[in-house]
Design a binder for this molecule. Sequence first.
Ligand SMILES: NC(=O)c1ccc[n+]([C@@H]2O[C@H](COP(=O)([O-])OP(=O)(O)OC[C@H]3O[C@@H](n4cnc5c(N)ncnc54)[C@H](OP(=O)(O)O)[C@@H]3O)[C@@H](O)[C@H]2O)c1
Length: 274
Amino acid sequence: MKHGAHFLVVRRKVSARCCLEPPAACLRTNQVHYPDTVKNSGAFPAGGLAVVVGSSGGIGRALLGRLAAQPRFRAVLGLGRSSSPLLDLTDETSIAEAARHVQGLGTDLRLVIDATGVLHGDGLAPEKSWRDLDAAHMATAFAVNTIGPALLMKHFLPLLPRQGRSVFATLSARVGSIGDNRLGGWYSYRASKAALNQLVRTAAIELGRSKPAALCVALHPGTVATSLSAPFVKSGLDIQTTEQAADRLLDTIDRLRPDSSGGFFDWRGQPVPW
Ligand SMILES: NC(=O)c1ccc[n+]([C@@H]2O[C@H](COP(=O)([O-])OP(=O)(O)OC[C@H]3O[C@@H](n4cnc5c(N)ncnc54)[C@H](OP(=O)(O)O)[C@@H]3O)[C@@H](O)[C@H]2O)c1
């Protein structure tokens, strides 16, 4: 079994409503359930396909490796800008073609994890003040962190099976929480992730109408040692390795309940305020 960034592992045998309640009540209904006796229970029907978008990234690569090492999915596929088929979030045609490729594999799509994102690079840097706001940099943040994942929803949510559990999870960030914003700064990243969270909620409502067993959620991975976080992590913070983060995210996904769809959860499975 190969553990590279982009690959397909195939195993021969496998082993809405709009919430009008106050936020606190919404969060309660979206809490992840932790049954005492269930751990990594293989909550997905056997024989399915898992896809990681952004499998060249720190967290994405670890997720792909962990999923490939588990027997519960028949196939595990990594997609990104250097995979074949190529998937670039800024090119909808490539997303549509990747989705067609996934459909053509003929295996039930049970799990999609979007592990893409951008915080810095090519002149983009988290803003300390409104003086730093730059239209082009903001557009880049929204293109990758918001619009790209929305297009993933457009092309991949229709592929989730009508029957049985399936999950579309996108990696958001706690700093996208409006309720949790006490420090300010990071305007573009915060706003692009807050908008992503709204897209997750909205898509979950639509998804629930046709596929009640399918879930669409936003996840906060915690602070993880990757190139995205490297310039900003301070010593003393609880920094996870990518493998730890992958295990905890997969554990959280396993423990999502049907009424968790449309929610925003951290790597401990705890709801994050909107
Ligand atoms: N690391 C943390 O501490 C932390 C904390 C909170 C939230 N998060 C979130 O977790 C997610 C993953 O972060 P990470 O730390 O693993 O970051 P990373 O190592 O920088 O990985 C980012 C991934 O996004 C992909 N990507 C960027 N632009 C793309 C595009 N236009 N089309 C397709 N793919 C694109 C990258 O692909 P290329 O290899 O082609 O560039 C890479 O696979 C992000 O959403 C991030 O906001 C991370």
